[in-house]
Ligand binder design. Structure first.
Ligand SMILES: [Zn+2]
Length: 219
């Protein structure tokens, strides 16, 4: 009997690395044989345990995306300052995993700037802008109810979608619990790819779709 093609989805985790969450997600992904993309922030890499987790992400075959130096919106900043912050993240990545391939940049809070200047600067630096995709509303410490996040995650998992969850930026135990509950159900019918594995329209940046940005994140 011919095998049914697997449904593709790109899981992305923002704001880490974050000890306690990133490692639990890496354990789960390894168990499932799944790949994900970790959109890392320089300030998270420099926190205790961050560098070791960054190495582990790369060693276990996951993809990295640049997510700026910290959590601040770049949309209103002058291009030179935007560039400085993206380069600062790249430097932080390179200091730990010099040979890791980084092809995407995701703007903090999905804020690309009114004239898409953030996307333009990223492209000038050789990074493709990565859309937010389907969010699961997990970027606040008081939104960590596993039942709610499991429901949100099931809703966000659409064919050829980018799914945005958070491993950093605060305590994300609800995100981890939701992933542990939902992702095993998909093994055998879904394939977890990096954004390159999705059709081009799935990763095209529609600036209007990205505005208004996510509410400001809390550390
Ligand atoms: Zn973020």
């Amino acid at each position: 009997m011919p095998q049914r093609p697997l449904t593709r989805v790109a899981l992305t985790f923002d704001d880490g690395p974050n000890p306690g969450c990133t490692d639990a997600l890496l354990d789960l992904l390894a168990e499932l044989g799944a790949r994900a993309t970790f959109c890392v922030v320089a300030s998270s890499i420099s926190r205790p345990g961050g560098a070791a987790l960054l190495s582990r992400i790369v060693a276990e075959g996951h993809a990295l995306a640049n997510h700026s130096s910290d959590f601040e919106d770049l949309g209103e900043l002058p291009p030179d300052e935007i560039r400085r912050r993206i380069v600062a993240c790249d430097d932080a990545i390179r200091a730990v995993v010099p040979d890791a391939r980084v092809s995407w940049f995701r703007a903090p809070n999905g804020s690309w700037g009114v004239d898409a200047r953030v996307a333009r600067v990223a492209r000038e630096l050789g990074l493709a802008p990565l859309p937010l995709g389907n969010v699961i509303h997990d970027w606040r410490d008081d939104w960590q109810d596993p039942d709610r996040l499991a429901r949100n995650l099931r809703g966000a998992l659409q064919p050829d979608a980018i799914v945005l969850a958070h491993d950093g930026g605060g305590r994300r135990f609800g995100t981890v619990a939701a992933c542990e509950r939902v992702l095993p159900e998909l093994v055998g019918t879904w394939e977890f790819v990096t954004p390159e594995g999705l059709p081009p329209e799935a990763t095209a940046l529609h600036i209007q779709d990205e505005t208004p940005p996510l509410s400001p994140q809390r550390r």
